[in-house]
Design a protein around this ligand. Structure first.
Ligand code: FMN
Length: 186
């Protein structure tokens, strides 16, 4: 399996109050790659481990931590290992365009889409809405981190879950449920 060691997350300079006030959806971004420290900051914001018992920056239904971020870039699909801060490749192909039902030009241009993937086997005793709430909090954390770093971002939910699962090389119990697309503002 191909892996990439990410550097430490870029520090987020804004106050929480400023990031909350400035947060907006922005789909107008360039194709320029994000640096890996910016990607690491987005991933830390949505699922970084912040205590020895494994709890994270975001809450999770029944403390199951059943939703995890994956990354789509031109160089493939990747699972983020929060313990090692490594990307672990799940597919070699660029599958960004499979992550939308209609916004093909935008998602193909934006350098990074983070996919919030629910482990439905792990979440089987939770309410069906639980993983969506988990992913929603993760999306907001990504928005705040992106805002703080001056990046343009958008939460997205219009895509075919099954088609994307297959394209990302994921097992059947792993369901992509929500996305966060990010790039540098145009
Ligand atoms: C659950 C959810 C799904 C969304 N899906 C999409 C989407 O598929 N494509 C898109 O461009 N924006 C999507 N959005 C972004 C909304 O259009 C955006 O949040 C809304 O227009 C309000 O703008 P704001 O985020 O700047 O406040 C989604 C937002 C949420 C919360």
């Amino acid at each position: 399996m191909k892996t990439i060691q990410l550097p430490a997350a870029k520090a987020l300079p804004m106050t929480l109050d400023e990031a909350l006030t400035k947060r907006r959806t922005n789909r107008d971004c360039t194709a320029e790659a994000l640096c890996d420290c910016e990607l690491a900051a987005l991933l830390k914001a949505c699922a970084g481990i912040t205590s020895e018992d494994g709890r994270r920056t975001t809450p999770s239904t029944l403390d199951l931590r059943a939703v995890s971020p994956y990354v789509l870039r031109a160089d493939g699909a990747w699972r983020w290992n929060a313990v090692t801060n490594m990307l672990e490749q799940t597919a070699e192909a660029d599958v960004r365009k499979v992550s939308t039902a209609y916004q093909f030009e935008y998602v193909d241009k934006a350098p990074v889409t983070i996919v919030f993937v629910a482990d439905q086997e792990r979440a089987k005793n939770a309410r069906p809405t639980g993983v969506y709430v988990d992913a929603g909090t993760m999306g907001q954390s990504c928005y705040l981190a992106a805002t703080s770093m001056g990046l343009a971002g958008c939460v997205r939910a219009s895509f075919d879950h099954e088609e994307l699962r297959k394209a990302m090389g994921l097992a059947e119990h792993l369901e992509p449920i929500v996305l966060f697309t990010c790039g540098r503002p145009a």
